[in-house]
Write a protein that binds this ligand. Structure first.
Ligand code: 73E
Length: 834
């Protein structure tokens, strides 16, 4: 590439630095320009789809301008940058988020209104970017949002899957998966960078350097090109724009003209197919590890392209490679990007000529690692033969990392064979496996859990020996957080308006500690009334959404009881639906007169099951079967409604969460690392019914015990219960037995379908402790009901809760990471625009 001359044309430069235009005429002009030139439409043939696209592209222009300025500025001042590596970014929609960040929402609403469109309908034209499964992917999206809004130089790195999280259809009560073809229509929120492309090698063989015994040349003919797509991340109230750089595998150049000419048309495109498949699809497993070879190749493509890109940027500074940690911090979002560690070692040793020790020192100072789960089935392990075949050089490096690590341990704890076996990165099973969590731990300078209890648990379990060897200080806690931009300001406009009034301005959107002032409003009658009305309005909006998506009519006057999250045994949706069945059983036993005194309740479920997770899919079927019977039971009427909202997504969550009165976070104690929707529900004025698990505990500490309904056994009791239940028949209490009986008497259709769910509890050792927790679960529901009937107290709980939720902003979390792990500082491009 030739050197680009510095721009001499001041008009050019001034234009690129110009302020964002806010006047209607300029906005109109840019929308029409995109309508006519980008999409070849005329204003007369504009439908809402094209109105969305043209508007989105005009907003994007403005973002890209700031994107350029931000990156130019950060590289000019030599700012240290955080790179957040994640196989998942569950971004959702961007248009509304960008309008709010740029404070252009009213302006665009006006312009679109002039031509007969409602902004809400235009916003609804956008498809979610669903490049993630659940909490882990959404957390990554919240963190890049916070980095941008808090002016930290930070980029997310991920993969641009052609098919994101599958679409869930419910057919005959069963989940059916359909592909998520989110790129079928133009995507205004990505910017292809054909100039940012890196070759990524697979397979091949190694040639040892004649001079340095540990240096190799990796030769391979299997090389794919990863190309960058940038997604701008608008900061709120600042001119900074962050970035998520996603890699896509390029297929150009892989067309085999010789085969084509010989008439082998299928063979001619074989290489393209093999390449494309690498970034075709997101693995739809949450908290499980399938161990598929294609996934390993995906992970490596991602890690290699990302590390090459980070190093290319660093090398422009002309500094020696050992100074990399002074300009770059890399955070591993769980073990999925752990191959970044051996990949950096390979580049530093084989390509940059560093010694092993220099390379190792540089690598461990650069990387830090977040663990998100303790579930054994989620632990990533790769068979050594598989890794050796696909990534021979990396396998060698991992062996050496392990050797030096074990040697250092042997020196300090001589002759402790068992210790060495326990902490070895290579598990001596048949066949040997690479333990990715151990590799991530050894290759990082800090390891963190995602809530206080979880960070304690990992120190006592998977990383116990590492704490002894590497010291307590390496293992820390960073309690998760969520973005107040998306999860309050965007999804709950009415409550946001009230908060803005109470605070006096919009500063709370970037500083949730301001919510404290709500506490002084708790006795203000008018304020309380408006607070209640805002919730009712959100419930009415959800009722419409439920009607549109399921055909079920629900009343906003009922208590809305919500559990929305991935369907997983440890999250215990089964316990929830069994509770519903027991409630139905009780209602059926009552007289009509008694029933009229009952609190009306709408029980809402939503969530996807991994395509291969049979038990979870049966739970969905059970919920739908119960819903069908209960909802059509005329005796019951509005007293109880059960709804399964299909195709849960970020956008669906934005409708559902602000409408909940009570939400359920009922994992078996010690199994949910943190949870993040629990934070979103409380930030939107809902109350939690939950176990003493994950971030529920810290939420309880902040909002006060009056504001949360806890039940169930404690994490330290779980092992003993499980042990007991392995050898003794679980004993359901009367209520649980009544629910089982109702299922077994075919009340919800053929009982055989559901028998395996019951067997898992009664004959399978009740691993998730339903029989243990059900009695206190039923009691907790009673307490909720009594509290909800005290309407005034309930509003007080709701306001007080929100006022005390500052801790759970992702801004706080990101600031802690920045100060205690990344060692980076904010670098605002321009002045604050709040
Ligand atoms: O408790 C949640 C946590 O709030 C945890 O289950 C989730 O991460 C959230 C954010 O910290 C999580 N997801 C995964 N592991 N933990 C996971 C594992 C494998 C594939 C995909 C996701």
């Amino acid at each position: 590439q030739g050197k680009t001359p510095a721009c001499e044309d001041n008009e050019f430069r001034a234009y690129s630095h110009s302020e964002i235009a806010r006047d209607a005429a300029t906005i109109k002009n840019s929308v029409v320009m995109h309508l006519t030139t980008t999409f070849l439409r005329t204003p007369d043939s504009m439908d809402s789809g094209h109105a969305y696209l043209a508007s989105a592209f005009s907003v994007r222009d403005r973002l890209l301008q700031r994107w350029n300025l931000t990156n130019e500025y950060h590289s000019n001042i030599g700012a240290k940058t955080i790179y957040y590596m994640s196989l998942e970014f569950l971004v959702g929609r961007t248009f509304d988020n960008a309008l709010l960040a740029l404070q252009l929402r009213d302006e665009y609403a006006g312009v679109l209104g002039d031509v007969g469109f409602r902004l809400e309908d235009i916003i609804d034209e956008e498809r979610d970017a669903a490049l993630g499964n659940g909490g882990l992917g959404r957390l990554a999206a919240c963190y890049v949002d916070s980095m941008a809004s808090s002016n930290y130089p930070g980029w997310g790195y991920g993969l641009r899957y052609r098919y994101g999280m599958f679409q869930q259809q419910i057919i005959n009560g069963y989940q059916v998966e359909a592909p998520d073809c989110w790129l079928d229509s133009p995507n205004p929120w990505e910017f292809p960078r054909a100039d940012v492309t890196y070759p990524v090698k697979f397979y091949g063989h190694l040639v040892r350097d004649p001079e340095v015994s540990y240096r190799y040349k990796w030769e391979s003919n299997v090389v794919y090109d990863a190309m960058a797509f940038d997604m701008p991340v608008p900061g709120y109230g600042t001119e900074n724009v962050g970035n998520i750089r996603l890699w896509s595998c390029k297929t150009n150049g892989l067309f085999d003209l010789n085969k084509f000419n010989a008439g082998d048309y299928q063979g001619a495109t074989g290489g393209q197919v093999a390449a494309q498949i690498l970034t075709d699809v997101l693995y739809p497993n949450d908290n499980t590890n399938e161990g598929k070879e294609l996934r390993l190749r995906q992970e490596f493509l991602f890690c290699s392209a990302t590390l090459q890109d980070i190093i290319a940027r660093f090398k422009k500074t002309g500094k020696p490679m050992t100074q990399l940690p002074e300009l770059a911090a890399i955070q591993l979002n769980d073990t999925h990007p752990t191959l970044g560690i051996p990949e950096l070692m390979r580049i530093l040793i084989d390509e940059e000529g560093l010694s092993w020790d220099e390379a190792w020192d540089t690598t461990t100072k650069t990387f830090a690692f977040t663990n998100h789960t303790v579930l054994p089935e989620a632990m990533e392990k790769w068979p050594v033969p598989m890794m050796d075949k696909i990534l021979p050089r990396h396998m060698g490096i991992i062996y050496d990392i392990n050797l030096f690590f074990l040697q250092s341990v042997e020196e300090r704890f001589p002759k402790d064979r068992e210790l060495l076996r326990n902490i070895s990165i290579i598990e001596e099973s048949n066949s040997q496996q690479v333990r990715m969590a151990y590799l991530a731990c050894v290759g990082s300078h800090k390891v963190n859990g995602v809530a206080a209890i979880h960070s304690d648990i990992i120190k006592q379990t998977i990383f116990k020996d590492f704490v002894r060897i590497q010291g307590e200080d390496k293992f820390i806690n960073k309690t998760n957080g969520v973005s107040p931009r998306r999860w309050v300001n965007e999804c709950n406009p009415d409550m946001s308006r009230l908060i803005t009034e109470a605070v006096g301005d919009r500063s709370w959107i970037n500083d949730l500690t301001k919510l404290k002032v709500l506490e002084s409003k708790v006795d203000d009658k008018e304020f309380r009334q408006s607070w209640w009305e805002a919730k009712q309005k959100n419930k009415a909006r959800l009722a419409e959404y439920i009607l549109a998506t399921t055909g079920i009519n629900v009343s906003p006057d009922a208590l809305f009881d919500v559990q929305v999250k991935r369907i997983h045994e440890y999250k215990r949706q089964l316990m929830n639906i069994l509770g519903v069945i027991y409630r139905y059983h009780r209602l059926k036993q009552m007289s009509a007169a008694e029933r009229t005194k009952e609190l009306h309740r709408v029980v809402v479920f939503a969530g996807k099951a991994a395509a291969g997770y049979w038990v979870a899919k049966q739970v969905i079927k059970l919920i739908n079967s119960v819903a069908e019977v209960v909802n059509s039971d005329e005796e019951i009427g509005d007293v109880l409604k059960v709804v399964f909202i299909p195709d849960y997504s970020v956008t669906a969550a934005e409708y559902i969460i602000p409408a909940s009165d009570i939400s359920q976070h009922i994992s078996t104690a010690g199994t949910e690392a943190s949870g993040t929707s629990n934070m979103k529900f409380v930030l939107n004025g809902g109350i939690i019914l939950g176990t003493v698990d994950g971030a529920n505990i810290e939420i309880g500490e902040e909002v006060g015990e009056e504001q949360i309904f806890f039940f169930g056994c404690l994490a330290h009791e779980v092992d003993e219960f499980r042990h007991y239940l392995r050898f003794h028949q679980p004993k359901p209490d009367e209520a649980l037995q009544a629910a089982f009986d109702m299922i077994q008497s075919n009340t919800f259709g053929d009982a055989h379908i559901f028998q395996p769910l019951i067997d898992a509890v009664l004959c399978g050792g009740d691993v998730y402790l339903l029989t243990v927790d059900f009695p206190s679960y039923v009691e907790a529901h009673k307490a909720v009901e009594a509290a909800y009937r005290q309407h005034d107290d309930w509003v007080t709980k709701s306001i007080l809760s929100v006022s005390r939720m500052a801790k759970f902003s992702s801004d706080r979390a990101v600031q802690e990471y920045a100060e205690e792990i990344w060692n980076i500082e904010p670098a605002p491009v321009g002045k604050s625009t709040v």
